[in-house]
Design a protein around this ligand. Structure first.
Ligand SMILES: Nc1ncnc2c1ncn2[C@@H]1O[C@H](COP(=O)(O)OP(=O)(O)OP(=O)(O)O)[C@@H](O)[C@H]1O
Ligand SMILES: O=C(O)C1=C[C@@H](O)[C@@H](O)[C@H](O)C1
Ligand SMILES: [Mg+2]
Length: 177
């Protein structure tokens, strides 16, 4: 049986990292996070990379990481950065080489999570606007791209363990409890 990587996509705060880590544990897969790999490999936060190289530099780096990690081993869950889907090549690559889950949640839910834990080093402002306004604007601009990348769309407003269960159900409906 061919085992493919699982990609988690969605906006900041939807739970790609939180749910992805729990999902990897449930499946006995390796957990990979493109934002964390970038941080660990460069010693630089997203904010520092953007300051030095602009968003274009950051986007190039995260795309390189995506292609590198995903070709390494199928038994892994890959949490991506929220903007990975901006590249059509990235969307096509994830769809072709793995199973892609879009963790969808409304802007007000995401804003509440991000306002509680802003982590500005890893989530520098994308627009210069306040968090709630920014996330609403970003979702509107990217919704079609998340949908385009995804094989499955899940409700990410539920508790993390319920999102994990929903992923498992989509992967193997026959094993549903
Ligand atoms: N399903 C959930 N229910 C409640 N809180 C959640 C859920 N998923 C994530 N959170 C919380 O929301 C915050 C952001 O989660 P997380 O870092 O996993 O999001 P992300 O999608 O990886 O964001 P980013 O794109 O910035 O990496 C964290 O504080 C996390 O605990
Ligand atoms: O939504 C985005 O564009 C981003 C989300 C984060 O995961 C990081 O990849 C970075 O802060 C950019
Ligand atoms: Mg994350």
């Amino acid at each position: 049986m061919i085992i493919q990587p699982i990609f988690m996509v969605g906006a900041r705060g939807c739970g790609k990292t939180t749910v992805g880590r729990a999902l990897a544990q449930a499946l006995g897969f390796q957990f990979t996070d493109t934002d964390l790999i970038l941080l660990q490999s460069t010693g630089l936060s997203v904010a520092q990379i953007v300051e030095q190289e602009g968003w274009a530099g950051f986007r190039t780096r995260e795309s390189d990481i995506l292609h590198g990690v995903a070709s390494a081993d199928g038994r892994q869950v890959v949490a991506t950065g929220g903007g990975i889907i901006l590249s059509e090549a990235n969307r096509r690559f994830m769809r072709a080489t793995g199973t892609v889950f879009y963790l969808h949640a409304p802007a007000d839910v995401l804003a509440r999570r991000l306002e509680a834990v802003p982590e500005e080093d890893q989530r520098p402002s994308l627009t210069g606007r306040p968090i709630a306004e920014e996330i609403a604007e970003i979702l509107l601009a990217r919704e079609a791209l998340y949908q385009d990348a995804a094989h499955h769309v899940l409700d990410a407003g539920q508790p993390p363990q319920d999102v994990v269960s929903a992923v498992l159900q989509r992967l193997c409906p026959c094993a549903a409890g």
